[in-house]
Design a protein around this ligand. Structure first.
Ligand code: 6R9
Length: 646
């Protein structure tokens, strides 16, 4: 196992108890729920009742390892649970979605409004022949129509594939092809720090060689001119006119697909993670209410983009199923000024804020004057997700944003888990700065040795989940075998997370990070193999190897070693050109911070690149075992020539 760069973490012994008044008003006040969670099926059977079912389930869980059917026999619809069931009482006129645009424009949709728009758009999709089971790609900015499109798909049973708007057209094309999408919903462009990202143009490029897509529906957001292809492309605002407001919600099997979301793994091909309706909805609804201590009057803001799982589970499905008021912000945290987040908190009196450690570290760097200049007294609970939060950042968040009044819920989970798996339940679980504390009730997590044996408290090992949980992925789209091999075969009979973690003497978990070939850049998962194949796609590159290197703000940054083809002359712009090539192939999020040119990469005698050694070099630390190297001179060269500034 790798050297632990977070050694010393567990020295963090301070416990933070919920502030006076918090626990006595909390949704969950009784620690007994942890015991109730021991009986998995009973516990989740109880929680299943929080949703509206067209037909009750016959069995809470059918477990044919590693394939689970949660709420088998039940019939349900996710959009119905997010909308229709809130329309009978006082909630129908409650704000469901408050939208703040980057330019300061604002829209508020009540539950009734959202229901109407979703129903209409569902009918638009149907009119283009989208039927239950057909896939729809959503490539959009953070605007209300994105949520409307997702829920419209859910309403008619068409699985959506949201592709983050920062992905390049090539990454978009790969996902459209893998899912064989029939329709794409996009917008003309997307605002980012006052610039416009040409989403529609990217779609056009992506579709040049694609035949499965029959319709492209374009939302007008920025108003810049775009090319509309006759027959294929239509404007959202035109096709939605005069469409019927009545759209019955499809009665879905609990086990039917709700969406596919692509994420990076150890190979170059992103995995289409499949989530199903019933279990996913119960999982995100329960965790959202308990972890965020949700009350009817809260203004809940999750800053994640809908292109990531956090946006799916805790911007859309969890909160809307609970009838919450969600805030959705389109733009960057430093536009027009570095206090934009705090301006928004002040303006809308946000009570719950859920964001990522990389954002918190950025705010730390900018300094506390920005939050100090705004009234943050409405906040009562803070959340963190995406990567380990270092105790310093945790303390800063606690002090300067939470004003020492707000509990922090550090939530560990994954695209694959669908729902939060480790977290404090804020009214009952004491906090430690930098620890995601303990598993959520009804979730069974362990740390095991390389041989799969449970490790005692105080030690580290591989993080695994024992047995099924409701929001677990069903499979990898079109590849059951890869699902089984990736997650359930590494350690027999348990789900392997890809993470390494420690427990302390109190049984608190401290996640160290990924142990596979995944780099976590600003909370976004990037596969080393994806970046490597983008680099070798460049005509001058012979070979490439990428590793993650610790980065003060981003958590990790991509560090690439590249060897060029024979006889290539190195010129000044080459590094910039290679970086631009990665942006073209994947998107700006995968751009390597550093590219180092070398004649040779360190390899074993059997020809495998020794990434472990490259990582040691990138991190500037003592090198591990080099005895299996084919040519030791390579390492001497790299050590001598690489000058790393942190
Ligand atoms: C929700 C999400 C999953 C990976 C996961 C782990 C890291 C997420 C974390 C955390 C420590 C936390 N991770 N939350 N590490 N503490 N609170 O981020 O999903 O994009 O699939 O990433 O992120 O390494 O394995 P996803």
């Amino acid at each position: 196992m790798e050297e632990k760069h977070r050694e010393g973490l567990m020295e963090e012994k301070r416990l933070f108890f919920p502030p006076a008044g918090f626990s006595s008003n909390a949704v969950i006040q009784n620690p007994e729920i942890y015991e109730l969670g021991q009986d998995r099926t009973k516990f989740w059977g109880e929680q299943g009742k929080r949703l509206d079912w067209f037909k009750p389930w016959d069995k809470v869980l059918e477990w044919d390892r590693p394939f689970a059917k949660w709420y088998a026999g039940g019939k349900i619809n996710a959009a119905y649970n997010c909308l229709d069931r809130h329309l009978n009482g006082a909630r129908r006129n409650k704000a469901a979605l408050i939208f703040e645009g980057e330019l300061g424009d604002r829209r508020v949709l009540t539950y009734q409004d959202l229901h109407r728009e979703v129903s209409q758009f569902a009918n638009v999709l149907k009119s283009y022949g989208v039927e239950k089971g057909d896939r729809v790609t959503i490539y959009m900015p953070m605007i209300p129509e994105t949520v409307i499109a997702m829920l419209a798909c859910a309403r008619i049973g068409a699985p959506h594939i949201v592709v983050f708007g920062g992905f390049s057209y090539e990454a978009l094309r790969d996902r459209v092809l893998d899912a064989q999408a029939k329709v794409i919903v996009t917008s003309d462009g997307s605002y980012r720090r006052g610039n416009i990202i040409p989403l529609k143009e990217n779609v056009d490029q992506a579709l040049r060689t694609v035949t499965c897509v029959e319709k492209v529906i374009v939302v007008q957001r920025t108003g810049q001119p775009v090319e509309m292809q006759e027959e294929r492309d239509v404007w959202y605002h035109e096709v939605i006119k005069n469409v019927s407001l009545v759209s019955p919600a499809e009665h879905m099997d609990a086990d039917d697909m709700l969406f596919i979301l692509y994420t990076s793994g150890t190979t170059g091909k992103p995995k289409g993670i499949v989530h199903t309706v019933g279990g996913y909805m119960v999982g995100v609804s329960t965790t959202h209410e308990w972890v965020f201590d949700l009350k009817d009057e809260d203004v809940y803001w999750c800053t994640a983009d809908v292109g990531w799982i956090t946006g799916h589970s805790y911007l859309v499905y969890g909160p809307l199923s609970n009838g919450a008021t969600i805030l959705m912000y389109e733009g960057a945290p430093d536009y027009p000024e570095k206090d934009r987040y705090w301006e928004i908190v002040e303006k809308y009196k946000v009570t719950i804020l859920y964001t990522a450690p990389t954002a918190i570290r950025t705010f730390m760097k900018w300094g506390e004057s920005y939050p100090l200049g705004r009234d943050l007294s409405s906040l009562r609970l803070l959340g963190s997700v995406g990567e380990p939060i270092n105790p310093d950042a945790w303390m800063w968040y606690h002090k300067h944003i939470g004003e020492e009044r707000c509990p922090i819920v550090d939530t560990w989970w994954q695209t694959e888990t669908g729902m939060i798996m480790m977290t404090p339940v804020p009214g009952i679980t004491p906090l430690k700065a930098g620890s995601c504390t303990i598993p959520f009730p009804g979730v069974h997590i362990d740390i095991v040795s390389p041989l799969g044996n449970a490790v005692p408290k105080g030690e580290s090992g591989y993080l695994v989940v024992r047995g099924p949980w409701p929001a677990m992925l069903k499979t990898i789209y079109g590849d059951d075998k890869r699902y089984e091999d990736t997650y359930w075969r590494q350690f027999e009979g348990v789900y392997f997370t890809g993470d390494e973690a420690k427990w302390d003497d109190d049984g608190y978990f401290w996640v160290i990070g990924r142990v596979d070939d995944v780099i976590n850049v600003s909370g976004h998962r990037i596969g080393t193999a994806e970046v490597e194949s983008a680099l070798v796609d460049h005509p001058l590159v012979a070979e490439a190897a990428c590793v993650g290197r610790t980065h003060e703000v981003k958590g990790q940054a991509v560090f690439a070693f590249v060897s060029l083809k024979e006889g290539i002359l190195i010129h000044d712009e080459l590094i910039a050109e290679l970086k631009a090539h990665v942006v073209l192939k994947i998107g700006a999020l995968a751009r390597p911070d550093d590219i180092f040119l070398t004649d040779e990469l360190p390899k074993t005698r059997s020809g495998k690149i020794m990434r472990r050694l490259l990582k040691d070099i990138a991190e500037g630390r003592a090198m591990g075992d080099t005895s299996t190297l084919a040519d030791a001179a390579v390492i001497d060269f790299l050590k001598k020539n690489i000058n790393i500034e942190k």
